[in-house]
Design a protein around this ligand. Structure first.
Ligand code: PGA
Length: 263
């Protein structure tokens, strides 16, 4: 398996979370074809990652094999290593089953499963302690955006989750800005103009200090290139448009052809 210490040498992070989708057979065939594609093309400058359901984690890890350039993650993990936490899976267990990244604080988890700034902080610390990469998701609601508070809100979410970390630890974190109003079936794609200010704010605070600043929310084949062009954006975190492999491969190609992939 790829040593997490060397993760992030590729410049553009292009990944997908499958959310609560795909059984084992579909998961296996997706990553096996992805792996073939990545070996064939090399994808210079692009760091692919896939975040399957937990049930498919070990199977996808086996399918990818050791030292795959495709990184695997989980959509959530508990901060304690073990214990009486029925229904939860720890970072240690996720690592044991093949996870290299751990998604933290997705808005669906904040809305439906009580994830708070305090729990995101505990999880980021646990993920770092195990040498994995935290993928911290932040994003504001439509109401916060309408009030003109987007940047203040997301900076507070990020600062809360990263509170107490050293600069070296912050340097191992990926941040994904995913405005709630832009995510999923009920979201509408954000325009480049709408994203400039939040990314300028994130860039002032975290540009060059984290492993990457990703954008997520209704990313698709038509807007990916423009989104990658926004100042400080160093990757995309994709749902629906990458759930079928051809969509994901096309997005990887768009990224590989982007000037930012060349440095
Ligand atoms: P979407 O999901 O690309 O389907 O909008 C993004 C996300 O929730 O991370």
């Amino acid at each position: 398996m790829t040593d997490t210490a060397v993760l992030g040498v590729r410049r553009l992070w292009i990944g997908t979370s499958w959310k609560m989708n795909k059984g084992l057979a579909e998961a296996r065939s997706y990553v096996s074809a992805l792996s073939d594609y990545v070996s064939r093309t090399g994808l210079p400058g692009v760091q692919p990652f896939v975040i399957p359901s937990l049930t498919a984690l070990a199977a996808t890890r086996d399918e990818l094999g050791a030292d795959s350039p495709v990184l695997l993650g989980v959509q959530n993990a508990h901060w304690e290593d073990q214990g009486a936490w029925t229904g939860e899976v720890s970072v240690a267990q996720a690592k044991d089953a093949g996870a290299q990244l751990v998604e933290i604080g997705h808005s669906e988890r904040r809305e439906h499963f009580g994830e708070t700034v305090a729990t995101t902080r505990l999880k980021v610390a646990a993920v770092l302690a195990h040498g994995l990469v935290p993928l911290l998701c932040i994003g504001e609601s439509a109401e916060v955006k309408t009030a003109g508070e987007s940047s203040r809100f997301i900076l507070e979410q990020a600062a809360g989750a990263l509170d107490g970390l050293t600069a070296e630890q912050v340097g191992r974190v990926l941040i994904a800005y995913e405005p709630i109003w832009a995510i999923g079936e009920n979201g509408r794609p954000a325009t480049v103009a709408e994203l400039r200010e939040p990314f300028a704010a994130l860039g002032r605070e975290y540009g060059g200090r984290t492993k990457g600043l990703l954008y997520g929310g209704s990313v698709n084949l038509d807007n990916a290139e423009d989104l990658l062009g926004i100042d400080h954006v160093t990757g995309l975190f994709i749902g629906r448009a990458a759930w079928q492999l051809p969509g994901y491969l096309r997005l990887l190609e768009i990224a590989a052809a982007h000037p930012k992939a060349a440095g």
